[in-house]
Design a binder for this molecule. Sequence first.
Ligand code: HEC
Length: 238
Amino acid sequence: MKNKIVYVIFSLIAGLFILNACRHEILNPGNGSGGGTGGGGNLPPTSNCNPDSVYFVNDIMPLISSNCTMSGCHDNITHADGVNLTTYTKIMGYVRPGDAANSKLYKVIIKTDGDRMPPPPMAPMTTAQKALIQKWINQGAKNNSCIGSCDTTVFTYSGAVKPIMDNKCAGCHNPSNLGGNIDVSTFAAVRVVALNGKLYGSIAHQTGYSPMPKNAAKLSDCEIRQVQKWIIAGSQNN
Ligand code: HEC
């Protein structure tokens, strides 16, 4: 009997420690800016990403996949205007390495008239996204990539979730282009799919959900974990 009581007390204390450990992890969002590599920020020690470099695989292809290669546009099936932007080699047909100003890819995204890409009524790319493409071209438009640009201790909306949504999802999911009737272009809109389970289900490729990002590489385990931790911590506007 006495042994049993000691055991119960011990279990309770151990349980408290474990609970506390989890809570500690959740409440400690770290201080890095996370997300894309182009914007710099605090990177984990294992990262080989140079914060001053823009990487095709990490930064540019996701941006093009979510803004240009959706169905009906520059994908393998439609290739609107004969333009297919689904691979590095194909994209390079519209790029002059080192010279963004004379690269068709850059020229069309900074247009302000009806010829702008993505075309109206779709939303233009953001200033930051245009700058990223410009910088990548001016740095030589290499087919480069780096590892470890993501940090799972960063899981705030602004530091982790928003950069992923903006760069890999929002082109297909904003009020002017509502793929699957889903919007992830604002905090309020992402919160809706965070709460109904669709956000995690789709990025983790769970059965019963459409795998996202559509027709593009799965998010890294680290990115999926960041989004998951943000959801578990209450999908706050932090
Ligand atoms: C190229 C366009 C495109 C990109 C990029 C894209 N989506 Fe989608 N998404 C769609 C379309 C279209 C649908 C409707 C279902 C379908 O066609 O598979 C959809 C459906 C969804 C759904 C509903 C899934 C379900 O099973 O109900 C969610 C949630 C979603 N997307 C989130 C995302 C997130 C998060 C990203 C970025 C990681 C993303 N999408 C990237 C086009 C896209």
